[in-house]
Design a protein around this ligand. Sequence first.
Ligand code: PEP
Ligand code: MG
Length: 325
Amino acid sequence: QQERYVSLRDKPAQSTDGIRVVLSMNAGLMADLPSLESSGAEGVGLFRTELQFLTQSKVPRRGELARLYSRVLDRAGDKKVVFRTLDIGSDKVLPYMKPTDEPNPALGWRAIRVGLDKPGVMRMQLQALIRAAAGRELDVMFPFIAQLDEYREARTMLRAEVERERRLGHILPKAVRIGAMLETPSMVFAPDAFFREADFVSIGGNDLKQFFFAADRENERVRRRYDTLNTSFLNMIEMVVKRCDAAKTPLSFCGEDAGRPIEAVCFAALGMRTLSMRPASIGPVKHLIRRTDLGALREVIDEARASGAQSVRPAVLEYLLRRQY
Ligand code: PEP
Ligand code: MG
């Protein structure tokens, strides 16, 4: 099994009907980077930056972060790395943060909300990213954007830091792309301007699903009730695909479901063209994409939806098994 995946490493994730899907990997440590080659990932679609903050007893220093981010970019070479700014709060509480006693931390003061209300740490992190990317391209995405103005304020903050670095005479990144994670249903219905203005959008399916079904992602008992291939959830994903296509804004999916082969081919059939997942999932996902006719799968999904099925999974499984994958 593993060997079969190794032989796929340098082959594209292209469906039998010729649709090319980009498979990237999620990372969070320097030690994850060698997987870029071993898995055949086309880039890092999500670099989670929390770990460096969670493992220390005080806020890391700017220079230290800049060196780390720079090494990550060095190691990635020509492959793109998308850095996500600090996503703390909720389940990820920093040892040096004053504990906030919130009744519902997942719905509380977290991620970009902290970054915008108390911008010191986020500014420092943005400076470190800008310095690390001197002379290279920089892709930054902000987590947990729940309304358009949060994206705009975060973008303003990043642009101000770029301006500040310019004034200080530092070498700037060659290009800066500013993306947003789409993790709350509110953004599916955001004004068109959001999809036009964001340089790219990445669906954080773990959070999006928990908020869509109002089912805690950490609570197995409720989480398992709701299938990712539930018609309602797929309808929503498809809507995001259409809105991004209309605005010509690149879209990816970086939650855990992107690494599940059946889910991944269904997302691809609905028009998702970039998936980011843990490195070990790239082989299995690529294997299935390369054996699937995405256009035909799309028809199976559409028929199941039209028939009133709660989830398209039974129809999709039946179709894939019939084709003997
Ligand atoms: C997500 O919510 O899907 C995501 C990728 O972010 P995290 O799992 O870090 O919340
Ligand atoms: Mg998330």
